[in-house]
Ligand binder design. Structure first.
Ligand SMILES: Cc1cc2nc3c(=O)[nH]c(=O)nc-3n(C[C@H](O)[C@H](O)[C@H](O)COP(=O)(O)OP(=O)(O)OC[C@H]3O[C@@H](n4cnc5c(N)ncnc54)[C@H](O)[C@@H]3O)c2cc1C
Length: 470
């Protein structure tokens, strides 16, 4: 294996092949569930270098772990503990290659930090519509490989929907130059969709051409206390009817989730959380003006109060206030982490089934595990809940997880399936859910996935053991 490391040094330069201790940022997953051990971390700076690195690893029979910002939540981007996997970190490939204003597209390298892509689009007078709480660290390649969702899926779709073309280094080290900016191209199988969401198991994305959107003239954010999950769903329906394409965000947060934010971030103002079991955050992007946006939100919320689907409402009066509301929403994950280890579920359901799912599953969990805290929040507009389970107040979180995690997962996932949902809405499968996927995925779909893997990566060296069992 020393020969492999020497070859990688020749390709990328000594400083870009890291070995030994002190590699925590590359080896530890974001949630801190495992500290892996890599054979080495290699940081190629060009597509040609990625290609040479992959060819060399394939020749040596070394497993490769593509990595962007390492913010993934399912242990897909970190090495296992064998000390034999090569982490290929793309962060040096961080150039925005081209913006085509007339075509409304941006072409950037996979290692670009999402926030930098947003800024580049903004400077060119456009909106880059992907936005998530990890945007200061996650990369475009990671977003594509995990088909990230975020806060504006309701209006603009997932990362998949914003991508028009890809450049990919295959598992054999060949370069597929598919950086098309075309919105229509029916010349056979659409290969980009195979690589998007494949979590680095089929090849390495090195660049992408992405859609840009017109910037809204105004954005307004509102916050409403709602008496139940069903009321939140009803309010979502009203918002879709009244705001149409202007509705760009609809987030739901339980009182327990907001209580954790209030406890762990005491400087943040958390509105209305003590008054209702749930609150929702609504974002309107308006094509006319600030005044027009405010008027439309006032009309919506007035009707919601009248119909008693909301019990109290707040409309942000400035961009700063709007940011504060979003900060509360985006602090829930960190507040949960500060509270201690918890059992995470990133699930999706038909919006019409959400209220009944929550009612039945809350009751079943409370019966099975008295005192357990359900930290329920998420992108309600997309039918996506982060239905997380925290141990009872004062209990030992690690002990709780050890004793109850499999049973809790079983209970939640079976309920999800019975309501026609999915056990992974956004975060993917990685290594975290790889064992349980066969239980919840259609067997024919699973076999087709194995066939694709076999065809594209017959040596099974590209992120092995993630998504599909070895
Ligand atoms: C605070 C926080 C909030 C989050 N919010 C959201 C959210 O709202 N919505 C959401 O969907 N996710 C969310 N995530 C999860 C995560 O940020 C996203 O999945 C993100 O898209 C991962 O990007 P990354 O660059 O960090 O990828 P990594 O974590 O480095 O990798 C993720 C996966 O992609 C593969 N990969 C990475 N780069 C490449 C590449 N160039 N080519 C091929 N494969 C590659 C890796 O092998 C791994 O399997 C959140 C995470 C955190 C920590």
């Amino acid at each position: 294996m020393n020969r492999l490391i020497d070859s990688l040094r020749l390709i990328c330069g000594d400083v870009n092949v890291l070995t030994g201790d002190g590699l925590t940022a590359y080896e530890r997953d974001w949630r801190g569930r495992e500290h892996g051990k890599a054979l080495c971390v290699v940081r190629p700076g060009t597509t040609a270098e990625v290609s040479a690195v992959v060819k060399t690893c394939a020749l040596a029979g070394a497993a490769m772990v593509p990595q962007g910002g390492n913010t993934g939540l399912v242990m897909g981007s970190t090495p296992d503990t064998s000390g034999r996997e090569v982490v290929i970190n793309l962060q040096r490939m961080n150039k925005v290659r081209h913006i085509d204003p007339a075509n409304a597209t941006l072409t950037a390298e996979a290692g670009c930090i999402l926030q930098h892509v947003q800024q580049a689009a903004d400077h060119a007078g456009f909106l880059f519509a992907l936005s998530l709480a990890s945007e200061g660290s996650c990369t475009l390649g990671g977003n594509l490989a995990s088909n990230a969702g975020g806060t504006q899926v309701l209006r603009y779709g997932n990362t998949r929907d914003m991508c028009l073309g890809l450049e990919v280094v295959t598992a054999q080290g060949d370069v597929w130059s598919g950086l098309s900016g075309l919105r229509k191209d029916n010349t056979g199988y659409d290969l980009r969709h195979m690589f998007i969401g494949s979590e680095g198991t089929l090849g390495i994305i090195t660049a992408a051409t992405m859609k840009l959107f017109p910037k809204p003239a105004a954005q307004r954010t509102a916050w409403a206390a709602v008496p139940s999950v069903q009321a939140a769903v009803d309010l979502l329906g009203m918002a879709q009817q009244q705001l149409g394409a202007g509705l760009t965000g609809f987030e739901m947060m339980s009182q327990t989730a907001l209580g954790l934010v209030a406890r762990h971030f005491p400087t943040l103002q958390v509105p209305l959380w003590q008054d209702a079991p749930y609150c929702v955050l609504i974002e309107l992007s308006d094509t006319e003006s600030d005044a027009h946006a405010e008027h439309r939100l006032e009309q919506l919320l007035g009707a919601a109060l009248e119909k008693q689907v909301a019990s109290d409402v707040v409309i942000a009066q400035s961009l700063a206030q709007s940011r504060e509301l979003w900060q509360v929403r985006e602090s829930i994950s960190s507040a949960q982490a500060a509270e201690g280890l918890n059992i995470k579920h990133d699930i999706s359901l038909p919006v019409s089934a959400i209220a009944e799912f929550v009612k039945q599953t809350d009751v079943a969990l409370a019966y099975a595990l008295p005192g357990v805290r359900v930290v329920n929040f998420g992108h309600l507009g997309d039918g996506n809940l982060h239905y997380n389970i925290q141990c009872p107040e004062g209990a030992d979180a690690a002990e709780f997880l050890k004793a109850h995690e499999p049973a809790v997962n079983d209970m939640v996932y079976k309920a999800v399936m019975s309501f026609g949902g999915s056990v992974s809405a956004e975060h993917g499968i990685g290594r975290l859910k790889v064992d349980s996927l066969p239980q919840y995925k259609d067997p024919v779909a699973l076999q087709l996935m194995r066939n694709i893997k076999q065809a594209l990566d017959p040596q099974k060296l590209m992120n092995p053991g993630r998504v599909l069992l070895r």
